[in-house]
Design a protein around this ligand. Structure first.
Ligand code: BJW
Length: 337
């Protein structure tokens, strides 16, 4: 499905490929944006020509954007925490069955997100949001707060799956919500989950193996049984607090969904959607791509696994940039920064 030119992977809209014979690019410089992130120059040129004409752009962001900041994705080989499938922990059922387990998971996520630094991909989107000549909005599925820490204006950012740093009461009767709570750990009992890494050594266990670099294996650290009274509790009603994130089967915050709908449906059409580091498996986030396409907008995908995504979806009006989004974005979006 994708064009492979001299071993470089780029994916370009069908109609543009007719002109390929006019510019054989043998010998043309490779734009190397760092490890495993090489950009096909023809794809880049075509994309940037279109980008410069765009008046309205939306970015749809997923976990891949924060990978080079050291945070794991949800699916694939990284999607494990202590031998639990992360996706299984991000559910209301998991929380109600074992809130202590799920809180240890989120406590670990909070500390790692706080330790992580925004990368050049986050900074590029933040800069684009400050460009007065483009109507721009970012819809992020990430809950790590790194875009805000990179300087992305909040009014142009929709954190549709919530935030690790918001807490809300589990009681239907209580409306308590605590935004931007960066306390770490949240309770004494959750302190250990920050340091849960068990150091194992790379070798088979002989004396000499002690000199080898350690491998951190959080999967093997034991899970504590924490009574509810030692978990974060609501200061108003003393019931359990929960992370302010959106789990499977839960509705997304109406205000945010309405804001995104307005951006896509009202006013000028969206010329371009940047699909960055997401597997596109989760609704409603994945539906935004087709909604932009349906109204005549084009798509640019930034992902380490571009072929899978292109093959899974539509190939009309789509550019694909394969590699680390943190390296690709500053190059691809340079004309608007
Ligand atoms: C890189 C990279 C690098 C790696 N550079 N790229 C049947 C039953 C019940 C519900 C449903 C159902 N069918 C459909 C539904 C709806 C459901 C859904 O979509 N399910 C599907 C899985 C089928 N959606 C919902 O339930 C949503 N609510 C809703 O729809 O309400 C209405 C409704 C209710 C009930 C029934 C039907 C409708 C809520 C979804 C909430 C998702 N929540 C989570 C957890 C958030 C909290 C937390 O963080 O802990 O959100 S799940 C998880 O997936 C998280 C993510 O935001 C989301 C998306 O994942 P993402 O970001 O795409 O990560 P990955 O890991 O999947 O992909 C990473 C990508 O990066 C990969 O492609 C890599 O290649 C790439 N990559 N390194 C660039 N360096």
């Amino acid at each position: 499905m994708s064009d492979t030119i001299e071993g470089l992977k780029g994916y370009r809209p069908q109609e543009n490929r007719a002109a390929d014979s006019e510019h054989q690019i043998e010998g043309e410089a490779t734009l190397n944006s760092g490890s495993n992130s090489e950009i096909d120059p023809i794809t880049l040129r075509e994309f940037q020509t279109y980008l410069k004409q765009c008046k309205k752009i939306v970015a749809l962001v997923g976990a891949g954007l924060s990978v080079s900041s050291g945070l794991p994705t949800f699916r694939g080989t990284q999607g494990l925490w202590k031998n639990y499938n992360i996706i299984d922990l991000a559910t209301p059922d998991a929380f109600y069955i074992d809130p202590g387990l799920v809180w240890q998971f989120y406590s670990w996520r909070r500390s790692h997100a706080l330790e992580a630094e925004p990368n050049d991909g986050h900074r590029t989107l933040a800069k684009l949001a400050l460009n007065p000549n483009v109507e721009f909005t970012t819809i992020t599925q990430n809950v790590d707060g790194l875009l805000i820490r990179a300087g992305h204006p909040k009014k142009k950012l929709y954190e549709i799956h919530g935030s690790l740093f918001d807490l809300k009461c589990t009681s239907f009767m209580c409306t308590y919500v605590d935004h931007d709570n960066f306390t770490d750990p949240l309770t004494k009992e959750l302190a250990d989950s920050r340091f849960e890494h068990v150091t194992v050594f790379a070798g088979a266990g002989g004396e000499g193996d002690r000199d080898r670099p350690p491998i951190e294996s959080p999967q093997f650290a034991p899970i504590k049984q924490i009574p509810e009274s030692e978990l974060p509790l609501c200061p108003l009603c003393n019931l359990l607090l929960r992370p302010g994130v959106v789990w499977f089967g839960e509705s997304l915050p109406l205000k945010l969904i309405t804001g995104v709908d307005r951006f896509i449906e009202q006013g000028e059409k969206v010329d371009l959607i940047l699909v960055i580091g997401t597997s596109g498996t989760v609704y409603p986030a994945n539906s935004y791509v087709d909604r932009v396409r349906f109204k005549g907008g084009k798509v640019a995908i930034f992902n380490t696994d571009i072929e899978l995504l292109i093959m899974a979806g539509e190939d009309r009006d789509t550019w694909g940039f394969q590699g680390d989004a943190a390296k690709l974005l500053p190059i691809a979006l340079a004309p608007l920064l």
